[in-house]
Design a protein around this ligand. Sequence first.
Ligand code: DGT
Ligand code: CA
Ligand code: CA
Ligand code: ZN
Length: 603
Amino acid sequence: MWNDAATTMVRLTNSEIAQRLREIRALMEFAGEPFFKFMAYERAAETIENAPPLAGLIADGSLTALPGVGKTIAGRIATLAHSGSDPYLDELRARYPSTLLEVLAVQGVGMKTAQQLFERLGVASLADLERALDEGALASMPRLGAKSIENIRRGVLAYQGRTKRTPLGTALPLAREAIAFLRAMTDAADLVPAGSVRRQEPTVGDVDIVCTSANAADVVTAFTAWERARSVLAEGPTKASIWLEGGLQIDLRVLPAELYGNLLQHFTGSREHNIQFRELAVRKNLRVSENGIVDLSDGRTFVSRSEAEVYAQVGLAYIPPEMRLGTGEIEAARTGTLPRVVDLDDLQGDFHMHCTWSDGADTLETMIAAAAARGYRYHAISDHSWGRGRRGLSPDDLRAQRAQVQALGDRYGIRTLCAAEVDIRADGSLDYEDEVLAERDLVIASVHSAFAQSREAMTARLIRACENPYVTIIGHPTGRNIETFAGYDFDHDAVFAAAARTGTALEIDGQPSRLDLPSQLARRAREFGVTFACDSDAHGVAQLANVAYAVGQARRAWVTNEEVLNGRSLDRVLAFVHAKRKRLDHADPSPASSNGGPAAIPR
Ligand code: DGT
Ligand code: CA
Ligand code: CA
Ligand code: ZN
């Protein structure tokens, strides 16, 4: 940890120092210090945020040359940088609970109000404030009208929404880091994420990790001392909770090995699933708890190391964690009708990836090599079309790119399909002429513009894209962003029906910000007989692994390998492409796509 002389100088980043200066400012103001004093910390925080890394400035004593940094504050910055804290900050923290900052961060709670809430009602945390709101205690405060109280109530909700959920794509790598740390530092075994991470929920409230060990206390101690832990929320003999920088919580539970199956099942949830599981058990005269399954007829308790046994004891087939949503899986497991859902290992390829020809970070050859290294039989390079001024390819570029693929020959032992991700324009026409599309081995068509269209227009737009004989896959079909955008409005059923009728696959895009189709919709689409494509949408080699998120969502949607296009052999993929081209080109030409004539099928 302390092996590098340069890093021993400064333990905090500029933004961590700025954050602490802002904390000093907030607590000073709360304490009633004069305006000019606490505002000096605000100005210094701004300066530090925009300053170069501080080690050099501290070493030659030139911190005070920064605008807004006087002698006192320069001393505090140097102390913070060296030790991670500062006596004045410690003094303020001793006087006021750290949770007070939550209250101060709630929109609608001014400084005066926060002071009064603290003094009169003892409100020192968000939880206190929520309770005071629920109990109507705020109405007793002078100068706080109904409208202000309503504003505070909204502010609390907004604060929770802001701080509450973390994308799976952020949480799962952190869970894996914590697991790797515990594996290296302790004797813990059976380390896995549980809870919503294991269920592959697109966003998670917190991360739950379970493991087994004969030395639970040692595992807990190591966990709370992890250098990524910013604070320890709770610590007990067999469990602990920490907070990481940025506020993600990780709960660790160390379980007795003999009960591992029961407890893993319990801590995986979902709540709805567990309730239904217990209800079914009760009807069989069994009582399920985290401590085992009691047969009420003879009082015997069954405990198990394996989840499969736990389900079997209640007469159920094993239910994969992604399916434990309380949406019919228990009944299906009881009647033997649970589908065998697609597995990451089933995939033979990936259709959606970009390289430096458009907006990818890695070259064509690097992407091909990386796809081959994943063990795929085939993959498609699907760079963007040229329409919207982003780095898209012209028809000539597409031909040049194919020449480059051909020149590489069989060097990597993988078949590279020359595809494209083509914009679906506002009217449902595509960004290339049909002649150009016909030269592609397959085509992904995606909406990247005009999201605000009416439901009718968007539905017609997507159906028209499905009807184009050359469109193999509709990319990220709803356009949602899991944090910021619910997706554009369209008639889902109508588009699913069109996709099934025309032999167009719908993508399940594995980019963590997309996860699109959402699993509820993919499950609905199954009822129409839709084929899916589980894709990474990688913009660099590291993102090829995002295909695992696509598979996770497909499993949540009960999608089987047979329903996934890239679960099939290359011959069958090409047959899927050409069956649609043949059928629609000859039998049912739509007005949008009739200018192509019979396609020359590229080999
Ligand atoms: P999240 O964290 O909101 O994304 O969702 P979960 O499902 O991970 O919920 P969490 O972290 O509160 O609890 C982890 C699992 O523990 C949950 O899926 C089911 C299980 N569990 C069973 N009984 C209880 C209970 O009484 N309270 C809580 N909090 N969890 C329970
Ligand atoms: Ca959780
Ligand atoms: Ca939890
Ligand atoms: Zn893309």
